[in-house]
Design a binder for this molecule. Structure first.
Ligand code: PMV
Length: 328
């Protein structure tokens, strides 16, 4: 994951670190209310953080290539400024690494994880930054420390994150996650394939999570029952994943999707993509992440990945990622 010492144009050593994206296969939203959820890394997309030593007195300059922004650590910014989560990640990481004075560095970040689409773009960027800073200072951060740091950044992005995104991204393994409990890394029983289709619509997590909270406050009995059913699906899926039982997983994804529709986070665009994947032979499909927009994920036979990806594109997907989850 880490490489040190690549030469750059100035001849200074670079420290480079990466972090993958992720999808939630089961249990989003209900996980905020204490039910279990399952997420897996998506290694086809990743965030990258590069550190280069800078002349004395420069301070720490963050360059975010995709956002076209440059920010000097400590310069005044509002909390809704796009550089704010980056600044917070850097400060929290320096704190964890016990680096007292702000170092002279240029930190350049970029990412192929689509932003605000349920694939963990913010968490991946924060994990890459934490790893790069640790590496630069010759220190090691355990996955649990990376996870804690990313969680702090997720609070800025989302308000009340369950903790699943930072966990799966920091551990880079399939995880069975229950809020407040020790994480469980899942050893999947066989390789399985996913086709992930992007509606092209931003799905802001904070808004979807806030809307679900209001609905839950208005009708707690109904929502608690829906969350219970989603949680039960996630725990059945855990066993099916470990046993490599794709025949059970597909229908469980479809049931999970119906419940996500019932809690009000699906959309016609997501459902069009889900329908097209199922028509093309996927075993199961559902939205992934906060919903409303963002991505859907389908569980697909290895021999059907091309057909399902083509069907998703024909149905209007703005991007398709074919990924696989492996035994470790
Ligand atoms: O931020 P996203 O879209 O990857 O999904 C967040 C998952 C939720 O369950 C909706 C919220 C959470 O904090 O777990």
């Amino acid at each position: 994951m880490l490489s040190v010492g690549d030469p750059n144009t100035r001849g200074d050593p670079l420290t480079t670190a990466y972090a993958s994206g992720k999808v939630i296969l089961f249990g989003e939203h209900a996980v905020v209310y204490g039910r279990p959820a399952i997420a897996v890394p998506v290694t086809q997309v990743r965030a990258c953080a590069e550190i280069q030593a800078a002349p004395s007195g420069q301070g720490l300059v963050i360059r975010a290539l995709d956002l076209d922004l440059t920010h000097r650590l400590g310069a005044a910014i509002a909390t809704d400024h796009p550089a704010y989560p980056l600044e917070a990640t850097v400060r929290n990481t320096l704190n964890t690494l016990a680096i007292q004075a702000i170092p002279d560095l240029t930190l350049t970040v970029s990412s192929t994880v689509p932003m605000a689409r349920g694939l963990g773009s913010g968490a991946a960027l924060a994990a890459a930054i934490a790893r790069a800073l640790a590496q630069h200072f010759g220190k090691r951060l355990a996955p649990s420390e990376v996870s804690d740091l990313v969680y702090q950044t997720e609070i800025i992005h989302h308000g009340t994150p369950s903790g699943i995104d930072n966990t799966v991204i920091a551990y880079e393994q399939p995880v069975y996650f229950v809020r407040g409990q020790p994480i469980e890394v899942l050893d999947v029983g066989r390789r399985f394939w996913l086709a992930i289709g992007d509606t092209g619509i931003r799905g802001p997590t904070r808004i979807a999570v806030g809307d679900v909270r209001r609905s839950w406050q208005q009708d707690p009995t109904r929502y608690e029952a829906l969350f219970d059913r989603i949680g039960a699906i996630a725990s059945r899926a855990r066993q099916a994943l470990v046993e490599g039982d794709v025949g059970t997983l597909g229908p469980l994804m479809n049931e999970n999707q119906e419940l996500l529709e019932a809690i009000g986070v699906s959309s016609p665009e997501l459902e069009a993509l889900i329908h097209s994947a199922l028509q093309a032979g996927a075993w199961g499909a559902k939205l992934c992440g906060a919903g409303r927009g963002g991505n859907m994920v389908a569980l697909v036979d290895a021999r059907r990945t091309k057909a399902v990806a083509a069907a998703l594109r024909r149905a209007g997907a703005k991007g398709v990622i074919v990924s696989h989850v492996d035994r470790h």
